[in-house]
Design a protein around this ligand. Structure first.
Ligand code: PLP
Length: 394
């Protein structure tokens, strides 16, 4: 059965709406912290963080069993040894398990604020300090928020972020350095890179009809240009096409790797402008609004369970995590229909089965439902209706 609608965008889209609202959010934003550096992606930021912390061949890097492979690839590139630790039912590292391991060569522990829900950090911070292990606070899902009495991004020796998950940019990451570590110098982006990212931002906006008055003009001009040069589709278009065709994310070759050259170049200027200038309060409020709507629609149903029963006050969620008792074949159907859903079902080879670990079951059962600021209420309703249809029993 063909999809009857255009795919719903999985990530934010640039448009006039993105320029509305107060410049600053009430919730702290990583991008306002001292010690901020921009990079080309979250994975580039992890690589730069590991380099800054002196990780080299044979060093152990402690990583959660629940992960996107892009969180592991940087350690692998540096020939470090990933040691996968179990997580509890709230996504916190199992420190008792870690204490029973031989961590003689452990240099870094990476912990993520999964889904944009701030994780308590005090005990983990103290654990790392006591053992001389550097903490990389992975805020790829949490550009905004407060954990305990501190802004997100201030607990780690280095914190990392991923801009594409929160802002309408084709590339982008950041690091916040809270220690003496020095981030390697980055090569400036070329004029072509800057131009291409500018075009990409507008192209995605126009293709999603978010630039009223300019949509036709931009789409037409870019289509003409492409025909003239018979250039291949841009990455966002290729990704959308693959998604519409029902491809799994792993089919988008190279998606999980980290490119060292790309990681050592600076962020394209148009993306930097978006990161600095886009009004932030709307991003937080719209994401919270969508999350609350999903919670109202999906709580208390049989067959599914929201992993977060209540949205904490000081945060902007990245996605809505939903435990599904029998996720297949519904997941493939959701993807085929162009629904904005992810699942971390590609684990790094060699992830062990550990007692009481929630990470491996999550990678199969937890669907990450997009709740970004540029979804319309109609799109969210359509998405919710499909989830209810596929997964819940009356
Ligand atoms: C928790 C986490 N950390 C890091 C990354 C890497 O971010 P990026 O895709 O910007 O390279 C991701 C990507 O999905 C992620 O989910």
């Amino acid at each position: 059965m063909p999809a009857q609608h255009e795919p719903i965008p999985r990530l934010p889209v640039f448009g006039w709406q993105a320029l509305r609202g107060p410049a600053q959010a009430e919730v702290p934003c990583m991008l306002s912290l001292p010690g901020l550096h921009y990079s080309t992606s979250g994975r580039a930021s992890i690589l730069l963080a590991l380099e800054a912390l002196g990780v080299g061949p044979g060093d152990q890097v402690l990583l959660p069993t629940y992960h996107c492979p892009t969180m592991v690839a940087p350690a692998s590139l540096l020939k470090a040894v990933p040691v996968f630790y179990p997580i509890d039912g709230k996504g916190n590292p199992d420190l008792d398990w870690l204490d029973r391991q031989d961590l003689g060569r452990a240099r870094v522990l990476l912990a993520a604020h999964y889904f944009g829900i701030p994780k308590p950090m005090a005990a983990l911070r103290a654990w790392c300090t006591a053992r001389g292990i550097a903490l990389v606070e992975d805020c790829a899902h949490a550009l905004f928020g407060r954990s305990g009495d501190r802004p997100i991004g201030t607990w780690g020796d280095i914190a990392i972020g991923s801009l594409t998950k929160f802002l309408p940019v084709p590339e982008g990451g950041c690091l916040v350095v809270n220690s003496a570590a020095a981030v390697p110098a980055l090569r400036p982006p070329s004029a072509t890179t800057n131009l291409k990212s500018f075009v990409d931002i507008l192209e995605v906006g126009a293709s999603q009809h978010q630039l009223a008055g300019l949509n036709g003009l931009i789409s037409g001009a870019l289509a003409g240009l492409r025909q003239l040069r018979s250039a291949p589709a841009s990455q966002p278009e290729a990704a959308e096409a693959a998604m519409a065709a029902g491809a799994d994310i792993s089919a988008l070759g190279g998606d999980f790797t980290v490119d060292s050259a790309l990681a050592h170049r600076g962020l394209a200027e148009p993306c930097r402008w978006v990161a600095r200038s886009l009004p932030r309060e709307r991003i937080v409020q719209r994401r919270r609004h969508h999350f609350e709507r999903l919670l109202a629609a999906l709580a208390g149903r049989q067959g599914v369970r929201p992993l977060v029963a209540q949205l904490p006050r000081d945060c902007a969620p990245y996605v809505f995590p939903l435990w599904v008792d029998n996720p297949d074949p519904g997941y493939a159907e959701l993807r085929r229909l162009g629904m904005p859903v992810f699942r971390w079902d590609r684990l790094w080879p060699g992830v062990p089965a550990l007692p009481d670990d929630h990470g491996v079951p999550w990678s199969h059962h937890v669907l990450q439902l997009a709740c970004h600021q540029d979804l319309s209420d109609d799109q969210l309703d359509r998405f919710t209706a499909e989830i209810l249809r596929l997964y819940t029993r009356r």
